[in-house]
Design a protein. Structure first.
Ligand code: SF4
Length: 457
């Protein structure tokens, strides 16, 4: 097999890993008509689905393109959800460290890529695999003097001395948590264990904080300076969205992860333990998880506020923030001239930037609805949930249908109507109308819960 055949095979085998930003995108560009990941036979140029290149964000916020490839797709493990599993009869190949280092540097010099995303099947043993990956990165860093971005996968079960070496050669590392529970992991990835995943995650976390402490000394070696991330497969096992979200929150807290990536399960094998091969990947569920993840990272939501035991799965018709708002009418209306930053963030139509602008602008003058529009607030949504100087937006008609229409796309609203969604989504429009704005002063306002709870996994 020549080097380009290897590249095609090993880049394709890596495409299911979503621990970078553009992975998992579908083939439908806004203006294009590409389908199913192949540009062949379409009139557009370019595809987001072909293996080979993915995108990530550097520490300074720049979007960078990475060569995403496996060192090898040979694997001694038999994870049932994985196309590279031992029992799958597919073509196998292997890049020697020199082949992959040379290929990467050539692509870099031609401006095809700005960095490398390196993962691997487990060949011979976790330690052996890790050694091969280290060798590749040493050639790149030391011989080719490559200073670009490198993201490497930690191989579960590899020795910590090897992880230490790998971490000193990379900008970011990730250990895939794979399944949302220990039971599913034992069932679907019998060669992996909770400890073989969380152990390296803990090791990397400690290494990063030690490295930050040592950074004051000139020449101190850096360890994973862009932090660590993980990936979880969604829809291959029966866990609820609430369970997945609590686990995600816990991973952020305990392991200081930069990102948790969710990957809608794409059926690649006929196994009675897995959804059948004609099952569609749960893309809406994956999307809702990313929305909820965003709320936890930037909007100060807790997992158990977004979903709980009484509604353990996402509302398919409404994003999690709007869903929270319609389920908590007693929290509203929020008076924009007095509310705290945290309270503003709970209002549909007010984002991080507009909340910051409101706080800054109201220091010099009180705000009206016209001002809010200028500050970037999406009034179409927000007007039902706020007051300015104790007043609602002039001419606002508060009807349940109007509110729901403003919070859903037309398609979602039509689907919701047809589906006759149960009371869960019914909202108290009268309460949102809140002629009794006094209720805030009367202490009936729903308090924001404290954010110090840690969920154990
Ligand atoms: S360890 Fe499991 S998930 Fe990773 S390549 Fe091997 S079979 Fe696939």
């Amino acid at each position: 097999m020549d080097i380009f055949d290897k590249l095609e095979l090993l880049a394709n085998s890596a495409k299911y890993d979503v621990a970078c930003t553009s992975s998992g995108a579908d083939g439908n560009s806004a203006g294009g008509n590409s389908a199913g990941g192949s540009a062949a036979g379409t009139s557009g140029v370019g595809s987001k689905c072909l293996g080979g290149i993915c995108h990530s964000f550097a520490a300074d916020g720049r979007c960078i393109s990475l060569l995403k490839v496996l060192q090898t797709n040979i694997c001694i493990y038999d994870c049932k959800y994985c196309v590279n599993r031992r029992s799958n009869d597919i073509k196998r190949s292997f890049f020697t460290p020199r082949e992959l280092a040379d290929l990467t540097i050539q692509f870099y010099k031609r401006n095809y890529i700005e960095g490398l995303f390196l993962s691997s099947g487990v060949i011979k043993s976790p330690d052996y695999t890790c050694e091969i990956m280290i060798k590749t990165l040493e050639l790149l860093r030391h011989e080719h003097k490559f200073n670009g971005y490198i993201h490497a996968k930690a191989i579960p079960g590899a020795d910590s001395a090897l992880l230490q070496k790998l971490g000193q050669l990379t900008d970011r590392m990730s250990v895939n948590i794979e399944m949302p529970s220990q039971t599913s992991l034992a069932l679907l990835a019998p060669d992996k264990s909770k400890n073989s995943i969380l152990g390296p995650m803990g090791f990397i976390k400690n290494g990063i904080s030690e490295s930050k402490e040592l950074a004051i000394y000139k020449g101190a070696p850096k360890f994973v300076p862009a932090g660590q991330s993980t990936q979880m497969i969604i829809g291959a096992s029966p866990e609820t969205d609430s369970h997945i979200l609590k686990l995600t929150e816990s991973l952020y807290k305990k392991y200081k992860l930069k990102r948790v990536f969710f990957s809608a399960y794409i059926p690649v094998s006929n196994d009675t333990l897995l959804p059948s091969t004609d099952t569609q990947p749960p893309l809406l569920r994956e999307h809702r998880l990313y929305q909820a993840d965003w709320l936890m990272r930037f909007y100060k939501f807790r997992a158990d506020e977004i979903l709980d035991d009484s509604s353990p799965n996402f509302n398919p018709f409404m994003d999690p923030k709007c869903n929270w708002a319609v389920k908590h009418p007693s929290f509203f209306p929020v008076e924009v001239n007095k509310a705290s930053y945290e309270e503003l963030l709970r209002v549909p139509g007010i984002g991080v930037l507009s909340a910051q602008r409101i706080i800054a602008a109201r220091r010099s003058h009180s705000l009206d609805f016209y001002n809010l529009k200028k500050l970037g607030v999406v009034l179409k949504r927000a007007q039902y949930f706020i007051t300015c100087g104790g007043r609602k937006n002039e001419g606002l008609i508060i009807k349940q249908d109007n509110i729901l229409r403003s919070l859903m796309s037309k398609k979602e609203f039509d689907m919701y109507k047809d589906a006759n969604w149960p009371k869960q989504l019914m909202l108290d429009a009268k309460m949102l109308g809140c002629e009794d704005a006094e209720q805030r002063q009367n202490g009936k306002v729903l308090k924001l819960p404290s954010t110090d709870g840690v969920v154990s996994i």
